[in-house]
Design a binder for this molecule. Structure first.
Ligand code: ZN
Length: 360
């Protein structure tokens, strides 16, 4: 797509979020899922892209899983935020059931293949019924600019050529737009007003990281790295931190392989920067190509992990970073800008998408 058509696409997304009729929050989830899957499942900005409804449904379950916790815990189920202007959204009810059945652990729920499949199928049904044909509806008019609504083959939709590439280029921007609109909808639902009260942590609650898990990841990575800091190579004497290797601010992903164990100070110096290519090469070796031991540890502790998604997110983040020539974190006070050498660090050209023809 050209700059002009990128802009036109973003304008349409904006219009859809501000003028589309939203009863449930499903449309936000659908848009977010399409953006996330464009990053997590392809390694280059290809042409048209097929996305399975089951993959979209799994993203729905992920997003709503945390949102189905009571916002006001003292009220139990009544304290769950409404994701719909009428009665509670069906997907939330199914997820609450699954949460209860699996003690709140999405990992445990996934491990029970039969019931997970049932849950996914149910969510697919809802997606087909509602957001799939409503997403591109503004007023009474359908403007198909993301995918063809009547074309559903082998349970997949097909994004128009260039769409996944705009989702990849503007992932942060689009996520912010979607989350802002989602937040607004939750606030507008009458039944939520009393729950929301004066608390100011709604954004963190809806879209933040689960702190409980961070601690569990920290323990696993600490063991795995024998208490050695990933960045400076020295022993960590205190508790240490679990650092999101691809920074949370760039892409909010809480998946096992994306974590490294580090000094709180090293973690602080790195802050929201991408790590330098030297670190990237080590991360690939130690985490992406980790021995089975690491995956077993994640499973044992019921922690989410998906090595391919982590790899794709890293490829995407460095591709984006190279285009805007970001500074990377090598060590304290040492922030070289990112060049093409990251491709080598990720395993050479064959493993990585070819560089786009031009960056100008
Ligand atoms: Zn350190």
């Amino acid at each position: 797509m050209s700059a002009a058509s990128d802009l036109e696409f973003l304008r349409k997304i904006q219009r859809l979020l501000s003028e589309g009729e939203f009863v449930a929050t499903y449309k936000f989830a659908l848009l977010q899922a399409l953006a996330d899957l464009s990053v997590e499942t392809v390694s280059s900005s290809g042409n048209s892209m097929r996305i399975a409804l089951t993959d979209i449904a799994e993203k729905f379950i992920e997003y709503y899983w945390r949102q189905a916790i009571p916002y006001a815990p003292e009220l139990d189920q009544v304290g769950v935020l409404k994701q719909n202007t009428g009665k509670q959204a069906a997907v939330i009810n199914s997820i609450i059931k699954a949460r209860n059945q699996f003690f709140g652990s999405i990992q445990l729920a996934r491990q029970n293949a039969a019931s997970w499949k049932k849950l996914v199928a149910k969510v697919v049904g809802t997606i087909k019924d509602q957001p799939l044909w409503k997403l591109q509806l503004v007023g009474k008019e359908i403007d198909e600019f993301i995918y063809r609504q009547d074309k559903l083959e082998d349970g997949c939709i097909e994004l128009f050529p260039g769409v996944s590439s705009v989702f990849r280029s503007f992932h942060g921007l689009i996520s912010n737009l979607v989350q802002g609109a989602w937040l607004g909808q939750i606030r507008r639902v009458r039944g939520n007003r009393i729950l929301l009260g004066e608390r100011g942590d709604l954004v963190e609650f809806l879209f933040g990281s689960e702190r409980r898990n961070l601690d569990a990841y920290r323990m696993v990575m600490r063991d795995y790295q024998r208490a050695i800091c990933f960045y400076c190579g020295k022993q960590v004497l205190g508790e240490g931190n679990a650092d999101h290797f691809i920074p949370w601010s760039r892409y909010p992903i809480d998946l096992g392989h994306n974590f490294v164990f580090a000094h709180p100070s090293c973690n602080g110096f790195k802050s929201d920067l991408l790590a330098h290519t030297d670190h990237l090469a080590r991360w690939r070796e130690c985490n992406l190509e980790a021995p089975r031991e690491l995956e077993d540890a994640f499973n044992f502790n019921e922690l989410a992990h998906d090595v391919e998604r982590s790899r794709h997110v890293a490829l995407w983040a460095y591709e984006q970073g190279e285009q805007s020539r970001v500074h990377t974190y090598l060590g304290k006070g040492d922030y070289p800008s990112l060049d093409g050498s990251w491709r080598e660090a990720m395993g050479g050209l064959r493993a990585v998408a070819e560089a786009p023809a031009s960056y100008d």
